[in-house]
Design a protein around this ligand. Structure first.
Ligand SMILES: [Zn+2]
Ligand SMILES: [Zn+2]
Length: 419
């Protein structure tokens, strides 16, 4: 195994920040201190502007494998993750077949084994993601269940799932969307959808199911995790529920605190995802919720689609890739603007998602296995879709100049990615 010496770096583990050198040998952090001198295979001088953090954990990605491997597969999805400093992911079950059997769970775990990324499959809440019956997820060995891509429409079925999740110790994650309200909508319903003459998705679609899920979880004392929050309304509902002591957590994605529906004026399907980019009022509410802790995690909802599928604005499928840009966008938007500290970002992107799932957070201390992202905080770069490791290039950040970039990812003591 390689010996790695990282000099003049900022160690940010989510609780404290300190400047130091780190020496890694045999895959383990051997020494942390000032002025370390060791013969090493790789020596990197961070110049005081490079952070070392636990690898990030993205609890909401779509790896498209099995079944849609022309968009992404487990290998390319994991290499995109490593490029973004991400060492662990939850992959959502809307694959083909959907993740509702031991066979599919084992297929994913086996294929992910060599990647260096810890892949945690989410299992469907309902058999085949059809929304009609529950099944025995307990025997699948997963930590999280979701019908992401759609809600469980039948509220009583969802209530039963929440009740059952308690005994299995599972986290239930909900894609909050009322399909009857959405019906045929392709972007946020508002001024821009009117201007473009296309059907919009009313914000009430998200808000109403968010409120429903919270009420259902409250009624049986279960945990509920709200996926990809994008509206001011749902944020206010979640903030209120947290105040009332309900066991609700939630996530958002970098695009929701960066962009608005105005991006859709270009009639480019790369800016279409579900939930859609909303209004400036929503963007500011999401931002505020990230800053005040209402939002627990930043995820990507990494949703690769082939360029040919994204070619037509009106008929393209929803979704954007994000694994390779999430940290850089978050640093650009929240760290370099002074809104959050490095440790706040480590909490949102590495610590809290693992904590919600009951997974150990990699430690940066002597004797720990090296599971770290090395991040050049000041590196400026422009997002070029063709340079992404993902099989798909549907990024909303194309052409965007970002500040801060993951330059090395080490998992299990092995350098898996280096710029
Ligand atoms: Zn979703
Ligand atoms: Zn999703």
């Amino acid at each position: 195994m390689e010996k790695i010496l990282l000099k003049n770096v900022i160690i940010a583990d989510g609780t404290s920040e300190k400047k130091a050198d780190i020496y890694i040998a045999d895959g383990v952090i051997k020494e942390i201190g000032a002025g370390l001198e060791h013969g090493a295979d790789r020596v990197l001088d961070g110049g005081g502007k490079t952070a070392v953090m636990p690898t990030l954990f993205d609890m909401h990605v779509h790896l498209r494998d099995p079944g849609q491997t022309h968009k992404e597969d487990i290998l390319t999805g994991c290499s995109a993750a490593l490029a973004g400093g991400v060492g662990g992911v939850v992959c959502m079950p809307n694959t083909n077949p959907p993740i509702d059997s031991l066979e599919t769970v084992e297929y994913i775990l086996k294929k992910a084994e060599s990647t260096g990324v810890e892949v945690y499959p989410a299992a469907c809440i309902t058999k085949g993601m059809k929304g009609t019956e529950l099944y025995d997820w307990g025997r699948l060995g997963v930590k999280i269940i979701s019908d992401d891509g759609r809600p469980v429409e039948n509220a009583e079925l969802m209530r039963q799932a929440l009740e059952m999740s308690i005994e299995n110790g599972l986290l239930v994650a909900s894609h909050c969307e009322d399909l009857n309200i959405i019906s045929g909508g392709i972007m946020n319903k508002g001024k821009v959808s009117e201007k473009l003459g296309v059907k919009g998705m009313d914000r009430a679609s998200e808000d109403s199911i968010t409120a429903r899920e919270i009420a259902l979880a409250d009624s049986c004392g279960a945990r509920i995790h709200i996926c990809h929050v994008s509206t001011k309304g749902s944020i206010e509902i979640i903030r209120d529920a947290k105040k009332r002591g309900i066991n609700v957590t939630c996530e958002t994605c970098p695009h929701y605190f960066t962009y608005t529906e105005e991006k859709l004026l270009a009639r480019d399907a790369d800016y279409r995802m579900n939930p859609p980019l909303r209004t400036e009022e929503d963007r500011l509410a999401v931002l505020e919720a990230v800053l005040d802790g209402t939002i627990d995690c930043i995820v990507t909802d990494h949703a690769p689609h082939a360029s040919s599928e994204k070619a037509d604005f009106l008929t393209a499928p929803n979704g954007v890739v994000g694994l390779e840009t999430s940290l850089a966008v978050t640093l650009t938007q929240l760290f370099h603007t002074g809104k959050l500290t490095l440790n706040d970002i480590v909490q949102l992107m590495a610590v809290k998602p693992r904590t919600l799932l009951g997974i150990d957070v990699p430690k940066i201390e002597i004797g720990a296995k090296a599971n770290i992202a090395v991040v050049d905080l000041d590196m400026e770069w422009t997002v070029k879709p063709e340079e992404l490791h993902s099989k798909s290039h549907n990024t909303v950040f194309k052409g965007e100049k970002l500040k801060g970039r993951n330059i090395m990812t080490v998992t299990d003591g092995i350098v898996r990615y280096e710029i």
